[in-house]
Write a protein that binds this ligand. Sequence first.
Ligand code: 13P
Ligand code: SF4
Length: 378
Amino acid sequence: MLYQLPLPSKYNDLTEAELRDGILNLKRQLGTRLVILGHHYQQDEVVQFADFTGDSLKLSQLAAAQTRAEFIVFCGVHFMAESADILTSERQQVLLPDLSAGCSMADMAHIDQLEEAWPLLTDMAGGKLVPITYVNSSAAVKAFVGRHGGACCTSSNARLVLEWALDGAAPGNGTSGNRVLFLPDQHLGRNTAHALGWPLESMLVYDPKKPDGGLRPDELATARFFLWRGHCSVHQLFNEQHVEAIRALDEPYRILCHPECRWEVCQAADEVGSTEFIIQAVEQSPAGSHWAIGTEIHLVHRLAAGNPDKQIRSLAGIQCLCTTMYRIDMKHLYWTLEQLAEGNVVNRVTVDAETRRDAVTALDRMLHLAPTQPIAAR
Ligand code: 13P
Ligand code: SF4
């Protein structure tokens, strides 16, 4: 995680109204030179200023579509700002209002660990090994995957990307055919492979903190999937007791959760899908529907506020909050825009040319397989 210097004290003395008016004035002043992107997990106090909202991939593509804007202020986390820099032109600059807004899951797969794991897994696993990385990973990891014949995926297209990586290998057809190294989220990997019909026994967890990933040579030869030992610290909080508590209620709640949740939770849920899937499922459901949702709390609250004719609650009684997304607030946004208006670019996120080239290869393979939906402004 990167370190963010504390802001000058004057920002702490501003009232909410002063911050809001100040940001709106600066937005007007910067005009078409500026675009603000906001991830669905951001606080409302930030989302109100976003020109576009979306999940991580949509926002990166939106960044790429903003050819007029010189500055893209990304209200999200560091790997998203990196993806935006990879997909935008050299002329455009991507800024993250608080540099310490990282992602604990992306931090669980360090490029040095991947470089150490790769020869072990390719030598011992037998057959072709295809690396797949969730977009929630560093640019360096994406570039490694691009260089080694693999692709990125998102939570909405992981199934298609896994099918591509397996290249016809199917459950029950023995151990020949491609194998997959899936990182950094073991849960998305497990949930997706299982949904494709693969048994849990065909999956091994590779732990980068243990010698040889904590695996024995005989296990390596039989596994189809190597799931990197990473997880989302927000979605992993949902558990089976939460599901049981919802099932015990009198109201007919449907349980809808993100595939970053544990396998047991996804198995017990009624529907499992990406952030965009969750939004669509709720918005398209009839009035009076009851939803218990297993995802980040700001999105759950926004869905509840936007769908007052439905009963919407978190799957958990506890607040499942992404603390790094939460670091982006009005004060940091104000400071970033004020600096821009004065001609200073602060908190720029850049990816070097070589990393960018290979990361684009991994992203392009994914986009070729699964073009995403057209994107609309808020
Ligand atoms: P998406 O933005 O792709 O839905 O991923 C969820 C998430 O955890 C973002 O960090
Ligand atoms: Fe990372 Fe999870 Fe936060 Fe998304 S919600 S940024 S995966 S920690």
